[in-house]
Design a protein around this ligand. Structure first.
Ligand SMILES: C[S@@+](CC[C@H](N)C(=O)[O-])C[C@H]1O[C@@H](n2cnc3c(N)ncnc32)[C@H](O)[C@@H]1O
Length: 236
């Protein structure tokens, strides 16, 4: 399962050094249809929720995450936003009161990899196939009819290392495994290893992903732009 405890203390440093573009992600969330109750699946340290909450005061915002250490940082970050609630939950057993008109995951539990050339595919932080079905079933229960599920889009994974502004070096390696890949994450200060994390990801072809999502009532809405920030589904 996608536990981020090891990375949590360095997560913001790595992500805000250019890994994700949070204002752009929120621009695209806000460019779609109106929403009033929104749920982030795998909200991590709350970087997207902070950007969203600072721009939208009149909506109810909920984020949940599996990793307590990530949520503790989100809790500090979002303390002053009275319209934001955070929950410690695993998506496979998600249980929240009420339903949402928008649920999204960006780099969270599920995301699509697209490069505009090759066939897109779905990546899951959950390696077990049945647990993925359980997770989508739970998410479906929490979205209103005609509500939307948005799953973020990322570029292709590759091995690389790159310095971040404070001089530390972030690196990652990708190894194929049956039904997916293993990703190792590292952060070094010179020769000193500050952080190491390993996650086994499951992947689904685009057709398998659309079938799986359709089986939970999620109809795919093909994007109008070439490389969107999200792939969009409407719940029947
Ligand atoms: C790459 S981080 C993305 C965080 C945030 N969305 C962002 O954009 O910065 C992935 C997050 O998904 C969470 N996660 C992974 N598996 C999960 C699960 N089964 N249920 C809930 N959260 C999960 C991890 O704990 C981690 O915080």
């Amino acid at each position: 399962m996608g536990d981020y405890t090891n990375m949590s203390g360095y997560y913001d440093l790595i992500m805000t050094s250019g890994y994700y573009d949070y204002p752009k992600i929120v621009n695209e969330l806000l460019a779609g249809a109106d929403f009033h109750q929104v749920l982030e699946i795998g909200c991590g340290t709350g970087l997207i929720l902070e950007e969203l909450a600072s721009r939208k005061k009149d909506i109810a915002i909920t984020g949940f995450d599996l990793t307590e250490a990530m949520l503790a940082i989100a809790d500090q970050r979002l303390h002053d936003f009275s319209n934001v609630q955070l929950k410690h939950q695993n998506v496979t057993a998600l249980s929240l009161p009420g339903q949402y008109d928008l649920a999204f995951s960006y780099g969270g539990v599920w995301y699509f990899v697209m490069d505009g050339v090759n066939e897109p595919f779905l990546v899951s932080h959950i390696y077990d196939a049945q647990a993925n079905l359980d997770g989508f079933a739970k998410v479906a229960k929490h979205i209103q009819s005609q509500g939307r599920l948005l799953l973020g889009v990322q570029g292709p994974h590759r091995d690389y290392q790159s310095p971040i502004p404070n001089g530390y070096v972030y690196s990652q390696t990708i190894q194929p495994i049956e039904h997916g890949f293993t990703k190792h994450y590292f952060l070094h200060d010179g020769d000193k290893k500050l952080m190491e994390q390993r996650i086994d990801y499951r992947t689904y072809s685009f057709a398998e992903a659309l079938d799986m999502l359709a089986s939970f009532g999620f109809q795919y809405q093909a994007p109008t732009q070439d490389l969107p920030q999200f792939q969009s589904f409407v719940k029947a």
